[in-house]
Design a protein around this ligand. Structure first.
Ligand code: PLP
Length: 496
């Protein structure tokens, strides 16, 4: 278009940059930051120390929270005190309080002061750990803390970054398992050349939904959910049979997943049994220890790890039961070379000497995302604040209380446990039937003092009691027991 006259694209009005300075003060006013920050820390401490007086779940109708928010975003800066006031008036009354001492639902999301402060430190640093050279300490602390955990949890030496393997931190077990599934796919592709539509992933019928989702997202054509035994653990014999059938049918067995602590009942699949079948057919073997993995910090739980040396990848969530707030999930691989092969893309703007030297880890080549937060700071703060002994003490308390509760349930005429209690989850029903089980759970949750989940297994409802909130003390579990002990007797709705 040479020679063509350009229209004047400059706007008529010069923006008033001096006036903007006042608007921008909230970005750089660190006196205000100190004051607001101290106020917020006080607010958090007040929230947590008074939480026991609130209902576990605030009663809210759909849309009730939004109805209290202004229709449009503010045009001008608002004082921090107004935001804090709305936390009290609008947000807190719209929460289910996961940190409540009577929180027994789902799995815990156990936090700790150390973890909260680390989250703040991470936000304050505002750094990015996509590659080693983008902020070296982010990568090296992540390498180091995850190597520490290999030792602390009695896991194979080979998983350390100083050996052939290595660990990374992800947003959750779902992301960790997806990465594992991608690795399983690539391993099978290299070995068999089969198209992914013909590849099969195996897991137990009790596997977490993230396994099926990860397999689907990774493109697998087939997911087989394998029979479990009467304690809800995968039967390796059934796995072997399913694999043989698929081979006969012309499919390619690609990956097997063992659950170390299922979400339903914390059942533990036989890692060695699954590992042997996986090894026989060259499959990738992934262990999902999202919840129960934290317990491996205590030696007495490590018998569940038998066969873990046969594993290709392993995930657990410190954000469930390891005093670390969301999000923080660990994924270890026994051999990092195939992981890096599967996950690497090398754009020129990320080329650098450190990477080219091969002496550093670039986590973007291990992870789904490029940008990575400084999650290792949380684990580092938590492990240092509590020490391994402090972490063991939390796991042991919760497990002991859960076992005591199990024993009491076993001694009650109207209650029946449906599964063992290897960790700190108790699963039980009312003996009068499904309606009574549901009625008991409703009665518990209606107190506002405790919150349990009703789940279903083999088509029947049951009550899950997961003990593991930081603020839960023995007396909370005792008073919970008193409540169900009495309610179970009075509740006898007619069976259909
Ligand atoms: C909680 C859980 C998951 C999912 O973890 P996210 O971190 O929420 O993705 C996966 N597997 C098991 C066994 C779980 O208990």
């Amino acid at each position: 278009m040479a020679g063509t006259e350009q229209p004047d694209l400059e706007p008529d009005l010069e923006p008033d940059l001096e006036a903007d300075l006042e608007l921008l003060a909230p970005l750089t006013d660190f006196d205000a930051f100190r004051e607001n920050g101290y106020a917020l820390i006080d607010w958090i401490a007040d929230y947590l120390t008074s939480l026991g007086q609130r209902p576990v779940c605030e009663p809210v109708e759909p849309g009730e929270v939004r109805a209290q928010l202004p229709v449009a975003a503010p045009q001008l800066p608002e004082p921090f005190s107004s935001v804090l006031a709305d936390l009290d008036d609008v947000i807190v009354p719209g929460l289910a309080h996961w940190q409540h001492p009577g929180w027994f639902a789902y799995f815990p999301a156990m936090t700790s002061p150390a973890s909260m402060l680390a989250e703040l430190a991470s936000a304050g640093l505002g750094v990015q750990g996509m590659i080693w050279s983008s902020s070296p300490a982010v990568t090296e602390l992540e390498n180091h803390v995850l190597d520490w955990l290999v030792d602390l949890m009695g896991l194979p030496e080979a998983w350390k970054t100083t050996s052939r393997g290595g660990g990374l931190l992800t947003s959750g077990a779902s992301a960790s398992t997806l990465i594992a599934m991608i690795n399983g796919r690539e391993k099978c592709r290299k070995r068999t050349g089969a198209p992914v539509e013909q590849m099969v992933v195996y897991a137990s019928s009790q596997a977490h939904s993230s396994v099926e989702k990860g397999a689907r997202l990774a493109g697998f054509g087939h997911v087989r959910l394998i029979d479990v035994d009467d304690e809800f653990a995968l039967r390796p014999q059934s796995l072997a049979e399913a694999v043989s059938q698929d081979l006969v049918g012309g499919l390619s067995p690609a990956a097997a997943v063992s659950a170390l602590g299922t979400t339903g009942t914390t059942a533990v699949d036989p890692v060695r049994g699954v590992g042997e079948v996986a090894a026989r057919w060259g499959m990738w073997h992934h262990v999902d220890a999202a919840y129960a993995g934290s317990a491996m910090v205590c030696e007495e739980f490590r018998h569940h790890l038998a066969g873990v040396e046969l594993v290709d990848s392993y995930t657990f969530n410190p954000h469930k039961w390891f005093a670390t707030n969301l999000d923080c999930s660990v994924l270890w691989v026994a051999d990092r070379v195939p992981l890096i092969d599967a996950m690497s893309i090398d754009p020129p703007y990320l080329r650098n000497e450190a990477t080219d030297s091969g002496r550093v880890i670039d986590y973007r080549n291990w992870d789904l995302s490029l940008g990575r937060p400084f999650r290792a700071l949380k684990l580092w703060f938590v492990i240092r604040a509590l020490g391994a002994e402090g972490l063991r003490a939390t796991i042991r308390r919760h497990t002991q209380w859960a076992r005591d509760l199990s024993a009491r349930i076993d001694g009650h005429l109207c209650l029946r446990r449906i599964a063992p209690t290897p960790f700190a989850l108790v699963s039980f029903v009312h003996t009068a039937g499904d309606a009574a089980t549901r009625a008991l759970a409703t009665a518990v949750n209606d107190t506002g003092r405790y919150f349990v989940t009703v789940s279903e297994i083999e088509g029947r409802p049951y009550i899950r009691v997961a003990i593991g909130a930081t603020l839960t003390a023995r007396h909370h579990v005792d008073s919970f027991w008193q409540f169900i002990n009495e309610s179970a007797v009075t509740l006898r709705p007619p069976e259909k």
